[in-house]
Design a protein around this ligand. Structure first.
Ligand code: C2O
Ligand code: CU
Length: 483
């Protein structure tokens, strides 16, 4: 039977409903991707921890028998471990006794904007002799770290960082709960820090890497445990540029948290590489028949692990606590890999030498003046930075294209995100992040959960890359300003 020709009204209705469907589809992400559970506010305990951190030049030892000039908080690198319970407030008074301005950033913690420690963006730099008070109640339990956020390529490289742990009272109590801050230092034969903090070679490669590895500022870190013991180790990569690939030798750890927040399901850390900024919490049960030294090492770019620290198993066996390892609610946002991106970011490198004419290059080679080396995000160099905009509560996808032959750990302040694709292949990680490592020429997509208002920093955590331009802004507003 022939259909009757459609009336104009019917055609209009079809058009209108198609339009509605298209609008509905473009908003699909906001309605189908479940919001993260961590945004529920935590009840304050009323407990306030007062901490005084004095940043100052210090002489210290990283390796047995050597001393070097460091910059530290309270005389040691790392600075004091700050450990609080979820719901507690910390009030940190920073006193600057350095010869130059500084600030402290609380990496991974969703602090109020004015407490984020980015000089020129969230606060003025703290001048020599001055103090600044940071006060906040961390909304999310987990493993975090604090570090200088000014001239990090030197201030971090000299030792200005420490751990901050927000314990979750609903999680099982591990008999041993340790924080391991991993770092690599560039020292000479006598153990003195190399004072050239911005070599051109480091700027245009992967930043300053060093050959002396420490955990908690020592090459001799030993963790004593009994056979049968159950331990939690919170590993933080505090290096200036080098990723680490933790290896636990004969032990069988399970990952319980990444970048602070609990993972959806526990898994072995075999494939985990921690970029500068990344954290990983592992649960290790020492076998009840174990004895002796267990080496924890780094497997990045090598087949035999390089020793970082040891777990020394001694004493009488203890009963292994039978609790289940913590997990968290992590909605799966990976379907967003198929959606269009809300923002695109391109990473590129600029070198005056590479751009110069042949004659000009010859002259540069002769005079050894190679001009500027800069890292760009969307063609711009910090502080001339682009601002990506977001509306509070509306998840959005950012596509980042690495047009350079170097790796970049991309870190976003103020919000957590999920990695949803690498080189256009969908990825389901089962955890949130605040830092993601991009390899050379790689493209990634992340879904950001913007819940904390303010204009935040998005930057490379290779300190020299950030210092030489690689930072931009991420603005979360209650409503998007019409532009
Ligand atoms: Cu851990 Cu903006 O840095
Ligand atoms: Cu970088």
């Amino acid at each position: 039977m022939l259909k009757k020709p459609k009336s104009t009204l019917a055609v209009c209705l079809v058009l209108v409903s198609t339009l509605i469907a298209v609008v509905a589809l473009t908003q699909l992400r906001d309605t189908t991707l479940a919001a993260p559970g961590y945004i529920e506010p935590v009840a304050a305990t009323g407990m306030v921890h007062e901490v005084r951190l004095v940043a100052a030049p210090t002489t210290g030892s990283l390796d047995e028998g050597t001393t070097t000039d460091l910059w530290t908080y309270n005389g040691t690198t790392p600075g004091p471990e700050i450990r609080i319970t979820h719901g507690d407030t910390i009030r940190v008074t920073l006193k600057n006794n350095l010869p130059e301005p500084t600030s402290i950033h609380w990496h991974g913690i969703r602090v109020p904007h004015a407490m984020d420690g980015v000089p020129g963006l969230t606060q003025p730099p703290v001048a020599p002799g001055e103090t600044f008070v940071y006060e906040f109640t961390p909304p999310d339990a987990g493993t975090y770290w604090y570090h200088s956020h000014r001239r990090g390529h030197e201030q971090l490289a000299r030792g200005l960082y420490g751990a901050i742990v927000v314990e979750d009272p609903t999680e099982p109590d591990y008999p041993i709960d340790a924080v391991w801050l991993v770092d690599d230092w560039r020292v000479d034969d006598s153990g003195m820090l190399d004072p050239d903090f911005d070599s051109l070679n480091d700027i245009h490669h992967s930043g300053r890497w060093g050959g002396l590895f420490t955990i908690n500022g020592s090459t001799q870190t030993r963790l004593a445990a009994a056979p049968g013991e159950r331990i939690r180790i919170r590993i933080v990569n505090t290096a200036n540029g080098r990723p680490i690939k933790p290896n636990f030798g004969a032990l069988d750890p399970l990952v319980i948290a990444m970048d602070g927040l609990p993972v959806a399901e526990n898994f072995p850390p075999t494939d985990i590489t921690l970029a500068p900024g990344n954290r990983m919490d592992v649960d290790i049960t020492i076998p009840s028949d174990a004895e002796g030294e267990f080496i924890v090492g780094d497997l990045l770019g090598r087949s035999d692990p390089l020793e970082l620290a040891r777990i020394s198993v001694t004493g009488d066996p203890v009963g292994t606590p039978g609790f289940t390892a913590p997990v968290g609610e992590v909605p799966d946002w990976s379907s967003a890999a198929d959606d269009p991106a809300d923002h695109n970011v391109t990473i590129s490198f600029f070198s005056e030498f590479a751009e110069a004419s042949r004659e000009e290059q010859d002259r540069m080679l002769e005079t050894e003046e190679f001009g500027e080396f800069l890292w760009k995000l969307n063609g711009r160099v910090w502080p001339d930075a682009e601002t990506l905009t977001a509306t509070r509560g509306e998840l959005q996808k950012i596509r980042i294209v690495n047009e350079s032959g170097q790796m970049h750990p991309i870190h976003l302040h103020g919000q957590f995100f999920q990695l949803v694709s690498r080189n256009d292949e969908r990825v389901t990680e089962g955890h949130y992040r605040d830092t993601v490592l991009m390899t050379a020429f790689e493209t990634i997509e992340i879904v950001v959960a913007p819940f904390d208002e303010g204009t935040w920093l998005l930057h490379c955590h290779i300190q020299l890359h950030a210092e030489y331009g690689m930072a931009m802004l991420y603005e979360v507003a209650s409503e998007l300003a019409s532009s």
